[in-house]
Design a protein around this ligand. Structure first.
Ligand SMILES: Cc1cc2nc3c(=O)[nH]c(=O)nc-3n(C[C@H](O)[C@H](O)[C@H](O)COP(=O)(O)OP(=O)(O)OC[C@H]3O[C@@H](n4cnc5c(N)ncnc54)[C@H](O)[C@@H]3O)c2cc1C
Length: 441
């Protein structure tokens, strides 16, 4: 237990996103599921607000609290790999990078996102869209079972046969249903991988071309196109810094020769400004020194899905990015499809299986005075890109209000989640999240 008088209080209460300077009255760092159950019961009995934290990457600030209790799961990092059975039990305090590096030692992988410091807890419960999404689906498509502490303090084993309603709900429904203490994942063989960063000049033509190639690529290839002013990276010539580029992340899960062939159309779009794509161990996609620690940017963002990034949409992207002077601004374009799209829309609480492209637009802001303007820019940009898909991916939502949570769970998905929430957490103990019960009841 860590309180305001402890020397590690400030570093422990920090979360990744900037702008959340909250001071919990106590941070509890449990060692195991029994500790967690104890804290959950205590919070329920005393009416204490409970924030649940794994990797601390919530953009909505949900994993910290002002004046109440943070259940900080970061010390729970046990990992039990069954190499022959191709499964692993992983505690929620592991980060995606830690897990990936450990299972890679056996030539195995489970897909998470694009950032190693993200915690298994948050990304898994929301869905998990990353470098293996087209080859192996979302993270939840590789989830076999979960150990879950429910609001009444019970420690449940949850899988397709035991508490199947909960198993459905926690695959996309976030932290609404309990505290997940560990997850059992399917492991996929990944002995050969080609990937890395390809930086191209960003024009309407190269952006549309990149997305057309990403759609046409074999499912082994998942891509993320970050269209943004070039950061001052040493691999880029100085005169390129600040110019609009596609900072493409390419991930081919398969044979090296076929991987190089899949990369060729991207390299042919324009002379690359930097080309770091090569055969490499998959775990190198998650460098250990990225981001963490003292990096707490303040940003506004909007997540959405679109059907196409053709030439005219790409022109809109360029126009908006050029019109802003935010110190960092980006349109992140993720081609979906493949294995993710073959799962039925109602098989899990992530219903956006047929959405084709995920777009995240974001801008940094500098202080409260700067925020409103950046928010307006993000809102205008998202409105200009809207093509009729009103859905949203829950893990990229900020604190945006009830309608946006509903956008993550449209139609019957919402009704089913609400029914399960009422049965397992009628008092809404788990409410510091993209909350299912606080509206529409
Ligand atoms: C830099 C960055 C890159 C990202 N990249 C991707 C990406 O490529 N793909 C993607 O899908 N997402 C991505 N995300 C979004 C990320 O998946 C979510 O922010 C996720 O919630 C973070 O998980 P966490 O455990 O680190 O966060 P935390 O802040 O610790 O948790 C977030 C919320 O999840 C719930 N939660 C966490 N752990 C548990 C648990 N064990 N039991 C119950 N509830 C729990 C709680 O409600 C908590 O408030 C990214 C986020 C950031 C900041």
């Amino acid at each position: 237990m860590i309180g305001p008088d402890d020397t590690v209080y400030d570093e422990t209460r920090a979360i990744m996103a900037g702008g959340y300077d909250r001071r919990p009255s106590v941070i509890v760092r449990p060692a195991d599921a029994r500790d967690v159950a104890h804290v959950v019961r205590l919070a329920a009995e005393t009416g204490t607000e409970l924030a649940v934290r794994s990797g601390g990457h919530s953009g909505a600030g949900h994993s910290t609290s002002e004046g109440d209790l943070v259940l900080d799961l970061r010390d729970m990092k046990a990992l039990d790999i069954d190499v022959e059975g191709r499964t692993a039990w992983a505690e929620t305090g592991l980060t995606a990078g830690e897990y990936t590096a450990a299972v890679a030692a056996h030539g195995l992988a489970t897909g998470f996102g694009d950032t190693g410091s993200v915690g298994l807890g948050g990304i898994t419960l929301g869905g998990g869209v990353g470098y293996l999404v087209r080859k192996h689906g979302l993270t939840i498509d590789s989830l076999l079972a979960t150990e879950l502490v429910t609001a009444d303090g019970r420690i449940l084993h949850v899988d397709a046969d035991t508490h199947p309603d909960l198993f459905w709900a926690i695959r996309g429904g976030g932290g609404n249903f309990g505290v997940a203490t560990r997850f059992q994942f399917r492991l996929h063989e990944l002995h050969s991988f080609v990937g890395g960063m390809l930086v191209l000049p960003a024009t309407a033509e190269t952006i549309a071309g990149f997305m057309a190639e990403a759609a046409a690529a074999p499912e082994e290839l998942s891509t993320i196109a970050n269209v943004m002013p070039a950061p001052p990276m040493p691999v880029l010539p100085e005169e390129v810094h600040g110019q609009l580029v596609i900072l493409g992340m390419l991930a081919y899960a398969g044979d090296a020769d076929a991987g190089e062939r899949a990369m060729a159309p991207f390299r042919a779009l324009a002379t690359p400004l930097a080309d770091l794509v090569r055969p490499m161990p998959y775990a190198e996609m998650f460098p250990v020194d990225e981001g963490g620690g003292d990096y707490h940017p303040t940003a506004v963002a909007r997540t959405m899905f679109v059907d196409t990034i053709d030439r005219s949409v790409a022109e809109t992207v360029v126009r908006h990015l050029e019109a802003s002077d935010a110190s960092m601004r980006v349109a992140q374009l993720r081609m979906l499809g493949g294995a993710m799209a073959r799962v039925a829309h109602d098989a899990t609480a992530f219903p956006h299986r047929q959405s084709r492209i995920m777009v995240n637009v974001a801008a940094f802001y500098d202080g409260p005075d700067d925020r409103a303007g950046r928010e307006a820019w993000v809102g205008d940009f998202a409105a200009a890109l809207h093509q009729g898909d009103d859905g949203a991916y829950v893990n990229f939502l900020a604190d945006e209000g009830a309608a946006r949570v509903r956008a993550a769970y449209p139609g019957p998905t919402w009704d089913r989640l609400l029914d399960i929430k009422r049965r397992y957490d009628p008092g809404n103990l788990f409410r510091l999240n993209q909350n299912i019960a606080s509206m529409g009841a």
